[in-house]
Design a protein around this ligand. Structure first.
Ligand code: FES
Length: 107
């Protein structure tokens, strides 16, 4: 596999997947996970409005700080945790290399 960085995603079944990516290959984490794991994910296509790309950060810290509109959408989700983020608001770059996330898709 021709990749520069990697991250780990635990899907709804509890299975851990290793996803590799190159710089500038995807705009955000939602696009990477959508391409590698799901046929459909992220109903609002990355506008931080739907909450369907809900994930939990298990290790590491994304380079992107949370904006108020992301916070507002997360507040509306019943299964929000203290480590919740929207995958569409996390940039795909070296700052997330080696991080681990859990998909909180169903709510
Ligand atoms: S795709 Fe809708 S909030 Fe991320």
């Amino acid at each position: 596999m021709n990749e520069t960085y990697k991250l780990y995603v635990i899907d709804e079944s509890g299975e851990e997947k290793r996803l590799g990516f190159k710089p500038m290959e995807y705009r955000n984490l939602m696009e990477l996970v959508l391409n590698e794991l799901y046929e459909e994910w992220g109903d609002c296509k990355g506008r931080a409005m739907c909450g369907t790309c809900h994930i939990e950060v298990l290790s590491g810290r994304p380079g992107d700080e949370m904006e108020p509109f992301e916070e507002q959408t997360l507040d509306g989700l019943p299964n929000r945790t203290s480590a919740s983020r929207l995958a569409c608001q996390i940039s795909i770059d070296k700052s997330i290399d080696g991080m681990k996330f859990r998909i909180l898709k169903d709510f």
